[in-house]
Design a protein around this ligand. Structure first.
Ligand SMILES: [Zn+2]
Length: 295
């Protein structure tokens, strides 16, 4: 079997940008299968046994249980070793080490790529050869999947920076069955602005050589039917659902936003209109300028 046969719709973007919702919407097509954030399967799924969107714990979920069982039989690294290698390279602080190692991999990373290859292959076989929808978001995972040789389509979702700043300023208390595994604490504006710029720039660079679709978060919420046209090559059993903004039903998503834990999902426009967000003149000006770059 050729690796190119395995198609991945990779949803890349910054956090709180609608990637989980988009995963569920694309996953409602006949040819696709929603997986959520596959890069967190080893940690949040296998080790911490968090909830799958089907309502079962990941290790009890009918889909992931089988995937994990088969992967355990063929993988080189233990789950803990795999998580540690992921954490060692796939992060902003290790950007230069990551870039160096992706082009000149050492023995450890070669084996890590092999394990990753095995995992996606099993997911693809277990979902009956459907397109894997992976909303891992991370630009680093995107570059790895491209390097491994899968048939990757990058779906770059961008939310305006003002909306992201507003969303990341809120405190969310943990509620595992609701999809919030840990308390989410507000983040500093400077950190959010820097990492938002870095993440979207890296996605832009790393997506080169893959098919690229760009989706605006704001447009997705206000006019999902038009956004859907970017996926006209897929067959949706009822495209009218996009007109009515739902209901959509999540399949087996691991990790990802809390929207995935709802039984029925409707596309809701934010109650807080991004236009009304008050950030102070300087930050507001900076955000509007940066937003234009990734429009
Ligand atoms: Zn499940």
């Amino acid at each position: 079997m050729e690796l190119k046969e395995i198609k991945i719709y990779y949803i890349a973007g910054y956090s709180r940008s609608g990637s989980t919702l988009l995963d569920i919407l694309i996953g409602s097509a006949n040819e696709t299968f929603s997986c959520g954030e596959i890069c967190f399967l080893p940690e949040n799924g296998i080790r911490d046994n968090e909830f799958c969107s089907c309502g079962k714990l990941v290790n009890d979920c009918i889909f992931w249980k089988q995937v994990i069982h088969r992967w355990n039989k063929v993988r080189t690294f233990s789950n803990e070793e795999y998580i540690n290698i992921y954490k060692k390279y796939f992060r902003n602080k290790r950007l230069f080490l990551f870039l160096w190692r992706i082009y000149f991999p050492n023995v450890e990373l070669i084996a890590f790529f092999e394990d990753t290859k095995r995992l996606y292959k099993i997911i693809w076989q277990e979902n009956h050869n459907k397109i894997i929808v992976d909303s891992s978001k991370s630009p680093y995972v995107l570059l790895m999947l491209k390097k491994i040789g899968f048939n990757v389509t990058t779906i770059h979702i961008v939310r305006n920076l003002r909306g992201v700043l507003f969303s990341t300023s809120k405190f969310l208390e943990s509620n595992p069955s609701d999809g919030v595994e840990k308390d989410i604490v507000p983040r500093s504006k400077a950190n959010v602005i820097l990492t938002w710029v870095l993440t979207n720039s890296l996605i832009f660079l790393f997506a080169k050589g893959t098919n690229l679709l760009k989706i605006s978060y704001d447009k997705l919420l206000s006019d999902p039917f038009t956004t859907l046209k970017a996926f006209s090559h897929l067959t949706f059993s009822d495209p009218q659902l996009f007109h009515f903004k739902g209901p959509f039903f999540p399949g087996h998503l691991v990790a990802g936003g809390r929207v995935r834990m709802k039984k029925e999902i409707f596309i809701e426009e934010n109650l807080m209109k991004d236009e009304n967000i008050q950030l102070g003149k300087v930050i507001d000006f900076l955000c509007r300028s940066l937003d234009k770059i990734f429009k």
